[in-house]
Structure formats: C-alpha cells, structure tokens
Write a protein that binds this ligand. Structure first.
Ligand code: NAD
Length: 253
C-alpha cells in the first residue's frame, strides 16, 4: 500500500472531511502563491509591505500600488482547476463538512463548493476601514478605470481596501469560530497547498489533531505540520486531489 492508497481509503471511509486550503490550491489556475518557488514574496520580498495594514493606512503610495494590483489581479480571469473540482466532488458525495480557505480568489465557490469559509476574506468585495461600507469590488474598480488611484469611501471619505485580511488585522470572529468548530468535528483534515506558516489558520491543524482527527498534508514542499501529519502527499495538488477523492466519490450514493 502506498501513502496515496492509504489516503484514498481514509477519504472514502471518512465521516466528515475538512479541507484547509492555501495559495498552492490556485497556482495551477495561474494565481501565484506567496512562498512557493515562483511565489510573489519569494521573487520580491518588498511586495510583503503591501500586505501590512499599518503600511496601507500610513502610506498613500502603498494604497495606490495595492489598487493597481487588485485591478490587475489574475483572480478576475482565473478558472478553477482539477484540485478545486475534486473538492466539489467530495462535497457532492456528502463527506465534506467545510472548506476553510486562506485564499481570497473565490475559486472554490466558482468551482461549485457551497461550504466555504473564507478565513482571509475576499477580493470580490471592497470595504471602508472607517464606516465598514461594503460593496462589490467591480463597483470600486470602475472608479479606478475612471481615473481615481486611491478611491475614498463614498459615504464617509474613509480609506477603502479589499475585504481581505492584511497582516495586523484580526480575522472575522464568526468565520474563525465556524472553521474551528468544523476542525474540531472532522475526522480527516486535508491541509492543501499551504505553507501552514500563517496563524491562526494553520492552528486549525492542531485543533483537528487534538480532537482525534487524522491530518493529511498535500503540498509540494515541507511544512511545519508534517511531524504531526499521518501522511504528507508530496506532489501537485491538481494531480493528487483528484486521485485521492476519486475512490470516495465512486463510493457515494
Ligand atoms: P503560501 O504561499 O505560504 O504557501 C503555498 C504552498 O503551496 C507552498 O508551500 C508551495 O510550495 C505549495 N504549492 C504551490 N503550488 C502547489 C501545487 N500546485 N501543488 C502542491 N503544492 C503547491 O500560501 P498560504 O499558506 O496560503 O499562505 C499565504 C497567504 O497568502 C494566505 O494568507 C493567503 O490569504 C494569501 N494568498 C492567497 C492567494 C489566493 O487567493 N490564490 C494567492 C497568494 C496568497
């Protein structure tokens, strides 16, 4: 029996699976990750500044660069890949309790998953940091196309950003609570395409394991959680996930 065979069996016999997904999930859809070999931060450590809330609030130039990055973000044209579709099969088979994703690209929902908890928010909405006004990102990006480079809030004049979590911002408490609850109830946690280096998201692995679940890491590079994982499947997500979920979906009604 190979590790892949083991994981296939665990998925097929699982009562409740939770998938904790990271940026590696979407690289096959053309969206670069942060810390992989072609990652945004690996290639340009300076880009990390754009992800800090303090820099964003303090520096109009950081905001202008962030808005240009949002307008040109590959998420607007990306399509879900075979890894996303495998998680749709798992949900349709009745075994997927939730996807807790660190991704902001919305590709799990585009693929057809409904049980998606966006731990780090979504690029598909903008939010005012002062009054909390939320609107579809398309509306705010239209203001960029009309010539604004750092569009202020239409209601209060406050600073607007994407409805994503930057470093220094707390996660949405209700979303984190729902993800923590799901991790505590699952019997199998698939940690997919994440360097598992960002907390509290990575801590969902601890929650699952401490409640008796098996942890399976699917990633092409080592993670700090490999030591408590039952297995790390070292390969490309778009190949590995369909192979792992295949048996499970065949067995479902
Ligand atoms: P990360 O960049 O830290 O880690 C990604 C991991 O996935 C790396 O270990 C990399 O080697 C691996 N990987 C990349 N492509 C793979 C593939 N096809 N198959 C197997 N492994 C692959 O990403 P993270 O852990 O999600 O944390 C970084 C933060 O980045 C998150 O907070 C997230 O919000 C944000 N982010 C999101 C997106 C997105 O929405 N698509 C993109 C970049 C960053």
């Amino acid at each position: 029996m190979t590790d892949l065979d083991d994981v296939r069996e665990w998925v097929a016999s699982a009562r409740a699976v939770v998938a904790l997904t990271g940026a590696g999930m979407s690289t096959a859809s053309g969206i670069p990750d942060f810390r992989g070999p072609q990652g945004i931060w690996t290639r340009s450590p300076e880009a990390q500044r754009l992800s800090s809330i303090d820099e964003y609030v303090a520096d109009a130039e950081v905001r202008r660069r962030s808005w240009a990055g949002r307008r040109d973000h590959p998420a607007w044209h990306a399509e879900p890949n075979a890894g996303h579709r495998a998680l749709v099969d798992l949900e349709h088979g009745g075994r997927l309790l939730a996807i807790a994703t660190q991704n902001i690209d919305g590709l799990h929902q585009r693929a057809g998953n409904e049980q998606v908890l966006e731990l780090h928010g979504s690029i598909r909405e903008s939010i005012c940091l002062s009054c909390g006004d939320r609107r579809p990102m398309g509306e705010t990006l239209a203001r960029l196309d009309a010539g604004e480079s750092d569009p202020p809030c239409l209601l209060c004049g406050g600073i607007v950003k994407s409805a994503t979590i930057s470093f220094g911002q707390p996660l949405d408490r209700a979303v984190l609570a729902a993800a923590t609850y799901a991790a505590s109830r699952c019997d199998l946690l698939l940690a997919v395409g994440s360097s598992l280096s960002v907390h509290p998201a990575a801590g969902l692995c601890d929650v699952a394991v401490s409640h008796g679940a098996r942890l399976v890491v699917v990633n092409d590079a080592p993670t700090p959680y490999d030591g408590i994982a039952a297995v790390r499947l070292d390969g490309r997500i778009e190949d590995v996930l369909p192979a792992v979920v295949g048996v499970g979906s065949d067995l479902t009604p």
